[in-house]
Design a protein around this ligand. Structure first.
Ligand SMILES: *[C@@H]1O[C@H](CO)[C@@H](O)[C@H](O)[C@H]1NC(C)=O
Ligand SMILES: *[C@@H]1O[C@H](CO)[C@@H](O)[C@H](O)[C@H]1NC(C)=O
Ligand SMILES: *[C@@H]1O[C@H](CO)[C@@H](O)[C@H](O)[C@H]1NC(C)=O
Ligand SMILES: *[C@@H]1O[C@H](CO)[C@@H](O)[C@H](O)[C@H]1NC(C)=O
Ligand SMILES: *[C@@H]1O[C@H](CO)[C@@H](O)[C@H](O)[C@H]1NC(C)=O
Ligand SMILES: *[C@@H]1O[C@H](CO)[C@@H](O)[C@H](O)[C@H]1NC(C)=O
Ligand SMILES: *[C@@H]1O[C@H](CO)[C@@H](O)[C@H](O)[C@H]1NC(C)=O
Ligand SMILES: *[C@@H]1O[C@H](CO)[C@@H](O)[C@H](O)[C@H]1NC(C)=O
Length: 770
């Protein structure tokens, strides 16, 4: 993606095209808490908590966009914003499709957080419990507000305000009740949704409100005949909460949102029927279960462990609950700024890009494969639209759009047609994600239900894009753009050709896995094209030019060729890898997006240059992580770009899992090489790695590393190889990883399909006729 810089240039032109509606949307970004906060805020505020899971502060961040979010994969909001978003709710035609704004009936503010009060609130994001808290120590009471998107009652965002009176009081107030002023601030009406009149209803002595409506515009007439329905229910909020002098009380307020009125209403009623503390416990329990399943534990470097905990919290907040009171709706993807953002042109509108598959997916796959499957499902759901796009552009198979939202059609903004036209590598990136999914799960059911088809159709697309070049005897892929968006409409982008080649090889392999139930016409044909695809390589300088004719020395926007080394793991000589890294490091924009430096860090770790790696590791997050809530910006301070930048988080997470912990996914094995501590840490544990049904943990300390088998799938025995001998893994076994490795774990019995060759641009090495 990263049209952000390109976009700014085009904003004026774009506004001309879009007219008034777009202007209104952009104005939305400036709305929020800032109007009401009198104190001026410093540039960065401090996180004063020493708990690695809790980020606390007395002062809110300088800009509202650095406020954290709450979410549960169905609804999400930024704390103190007047906007709520729902999974799959978009408004706007084609390139202006964006998350539709629902007024923030969850935005309940204590007066102490709005005006200069004598009482200074403490604000905390508790990532372990998935809740944002405000605590105010007043003269006569302690008030604690909890705001959370319920992880079981998934349609609901809950506000609970607890008031506890203090025992020693001024005799003057002896018989007075305690009054706590509060205010509901939902913001103006939505510009995206035509809501009908609000309807009041009495329930258990309270007034509930509801309003239903439809989005204003469909995304695409062919694939979305009707606008989307949405219903909101919410509790009315008084001006004051009143508590008797010696009492203590919890007040629960909630809003609920769904496409279906009955579902939204039932959810709200259910929330209100629960006892306050039980309601909270039903939310906390699934969060704790998620963290118990898997995680990255870092000791000795508090800042680092906080950033990591923040990342999992943000990722999981945008992924669906595993258990919910009512069945969940379809999931519409993990977009680069998550579910809590995307109503504006700055935050990628809630669209889905290659970011999902290339940046967020790999770590999610190893720790939470159930979510990796859900992410791939979004692509399967849109396969028929991808088939139409391929047809439209004169190709075969599936061509996935650069950006997609509700229907799966191309929704790239009108500003930037070239990214949509040329960044076709997204289709290869989806296949690369599938490759990793198959490598770690061997999910045969998934192959049967769409997997075989998506892999072979993606290969058909690339086969139809490759054209023979009679001068070289190789296939070229023309008119593309690699991840580096500074170079458009090029031929043989090294990154594109490698993901295309991998896609072709994977189809040959998968055709064999699927052969008993899925017919592929000529699987070897795909491999033949891949084998003969051009891959730019300069033998004299021993490096990969970014594309055919790339002028050496010309600056680039972000990691591109460097991705061949990792994540693509394209085999090359160490000297080539080192040259690619040092050359592209010298020509990449310093202010570029965060994930670039994560990949350079992994490169230097692979080259065993730890000092250089740790310098780039610093570069990959310092200036991108915004205090105090560890929200990520796309660009380094003082620039900002999109917020909260999941893509940068995804790259950083890969540095830890695949870089420092040294885990690598291959089709026939899981490899661990040179597991080591990240800078300044004294212990690093990757808990709950899921591999072929097994649950493994990697424990790295100064004195060495160990692999523990928490459990195994009985049907899939695994063998561990330490470089000298093989050990059959047993439940609860711990093996020591001494030396550098590589240590490998593989299935004892393997289905008999030849692994893909995965060599690209080598046709001249192939004996004639074979
Ligand atoms: C609450 O704050 C508002 C300003 O946002 C102020 O007008 C109002 O008087 C305050 N209420 C109380 C009871 O202090
Ligand atoms: C709404 O949900 C209710 C309860 O789950 C269900 O019976 C009804 O069919 C749904 N309505 C629509 C239009 O889907
Ligand atoms: C994996 O093993 C860990 C450690 O025993 C355990 O806490 C976790 O629940 C297991 N995860 C799953 C998904 O079984
Ligand atoms: C940890 O982060 C804080 C910013 O919140 C910074 O002030 C502090 O220097 C960092 N500590 C270390 C050891 O890097
Ligand atoms: C892309 O390059 C081709 C030549 O390969 C040219 O015909 C075409 O007009 C270019 N497209 C754009 C949008 O620049
Ligand atoms: C890689 O190194 C080997 C020798 O170690 C050499 O024969 C080969 O030509 C090199 N390959 C490239 C692409 O430079
Ligand atoms: C990385 O940053 C930390 C401070 O956060 C610093 O202590 C360390 O020296 C830096 N490492 C390198 C290699 O620059
Ligand atoms: C270990 O197992 C692998 C694969 O099963 C086999 O190829 C290899 O020869 C074995 N190595 C030893 C030393 O037994």
């Amino acid at each position: 993606m990263w049209q952000f810089l390109a976009r700014n240039k085009h904003v004026a032109a774009m506004l001309g095209v879009l007219g008034v509606a777009a202007v209104v949307v952009i104005v939305l970004t400036t709305r929020g808490a800032s109007h009401y906060v009198v104190e001026s805020r410093p540039e960065e505020t401090e996180d004063v908590s020493s708990d690695p899971h809790v980020f606390s502060t007395y002062t809110l961040p300088s800009e509202d966009r650095f406020m954290p979010s709450i979410g549960n994969g169905h609804v999400a909001t930024n704390i103190f914003s007047d906007t709520v978003y729902m999974n799959g709710l978009y408004n706007g035609r084609k390139g202006v499709s964006r998350r539709a704004r629902i007024p923030g009936y969850a935005n309940i503010r204590l007066n102490s957080t709005l005006t200069h009060y004598p009482f200074k609130p403490v604000y905390s994001l508790d990532t372990r419990d998935g809740v944002f808290k405000v605590r105010v120590d007043r003269d006569r009471s302690i008030v604690t507000q909890r705001i959370y998107a319920h992880r079981f009652y998934t349609r609901a965002i809950v506000n609970q305000i607890q008031v506890v009176s203090k025992p020693h009081v001024d005799p003057n107030f002896m018989h007075h009740e305690i009054w706590i002023p509060v205010k509901l601030m939902p913001g103006p009406d939505s510009d995206d949704i035509n809501f009908e009149e609000r309807v009041p209803e009495k329930y258990d002595g309270r007034t509930l409100w509801s309003s239903c409506g439809k989005t204003k515009e469909v995304e695409d007439d062919t694939y979305q005949p009707l606008p989307v329905d949405v219903c909101v229910y919410w509790t009315s909020v008084p001006d004051h909460l009143v508590v008797p002098q010696h009492g203590s009380r919890v007040f629960t307020f909630a809003m609920s949102v769904d496409n279906n009125r009955t579902v939204a209403r039932e959810e709200l009623l259910k929330v209100l029927q629960e006892d306050g503390e039980e309601l909270f416990q039903k939310h906390v329990k699934p969060w704790h279960q998620l963290y118990q399943q898997s995680g990255l534990d870092i000791e000795g470097n508090l800042n680092l462990s906080k950033i990591v905990n923040g990342i999992w919290y943000f990722f999981l907040s945008s992924l669906p609950s595993e258990q919910s009171y009512q069945p969940l709706n379809r999931f519409f993807g993990l977009s680069p700024t998550g579910l809590a953002r995307g109503g504006t042109f700055d935050d990628y509108e809630g669209h889905n890009f290659w970011d999902t598959e290339m940046w967020m997916f790999p770590s999610i796959l190893l720790l939470y494969p159930q979510y990796a499957k859900i992410l791939l499902q979004y692509r399967l759901d849109n396969a028929y639209v991808a088939a139409q796009l391929a047809k439209l552009t004169g190709n075969k198979g599936y061509r996935y759009p650069w950006e997609s939202a509700y229907t799966g059609v191309e929704v790239t903004q009108p500003c930037c047609p070239e990214v949509a036209e040329f960044q076709q590598h997204i289709t290869g990136c989806i296949s690369f994600a599938v490759r990793q999914y198959l490598a770690t799960t061997r999910d045969e059911e998934w192959l049967k239900h769409g997997g075989c088809s998506i892999v072979t159709n993606i290969a058909d697309f690339w086969a139809s894009r490759a054209v023979i070049n009679y001068n070289t005897g190789l296939y070229d892929i023309e008119n593309v753009m690699g991840p580096d968006e500074d170079h458009s409409n090029v031929t043989n982008s090294a990154f594109t050709n490698v993901v295309a080649g991998y896609s072709l090889y994977l189809a040959q392999y998968v055709s064999c896995l699927c052969k008993s139930y899925y017919m592929a016409k000529d699987p070897d044909h795909w491999a033949d094209i891949a084998w003969s695809l051009a891959l730019p390589y300069n033998a004299e300088l021993d490096y990969h030019p970014q594309f055919s004719g790339y002028p050496r020395g010309e600056g680039i926007k972000q990691a591109d060729v460097v991705l061949l080394g990792f994540p693509l793991q394209y085999p090359m000589n160490t000297s080539t890898r080192a040259n690619d890294l040092s050359y592209y490091e010298s020509v990449t924009r310093g202010s570029g997006p965060a994930m670039t430096w994560s990949m350079h860090t992994i490169g230097h770790l692979d080259l065993e240059d730890n000092l250089r790696a740790s310098a780039l590791f610093n570069k990959s997050y310092l200036g991108y992580v915004r205090e105090p809530f560890k929200v990520w910006s796309e660009l380094r301070r003082p620039k900002v770009g999109a917020v909260n930048f999941f893509t940068g988080m995804g790259g950083f997470m890969q540095t830890l899992v695949f870089g420092y912990a040294g885990v690598r996914i291959h089709l026939d094995r899981l490899e661990i090489t040179r597991p080591q501590l990240p800078p300044e840490a004294t212990r690093f544990r990757v808990r709950g790695i899921k591999y072929l049904g097994a649950n493994l943990s990697l424990d790295i300390e100064v004195k060495g590393a160990e692999l523990t088998v928490n459990s195994l799938d009985e049907g899939t025995p695994l063998v561990f190889y330490n470089g000298r001998y093989n050990v059959t893994l047993l439940p609860e076994m711990t093996v020591t990883l001494s030396g550098k490795g590589p240590f490998t774990i593989r299935a004892a019995q393997w289905k008999d399909c030849k692994l893909p060759d995965d060599t690209i641009g080598q046709n001249y090495l192939r004996p004639f006729g074979s």
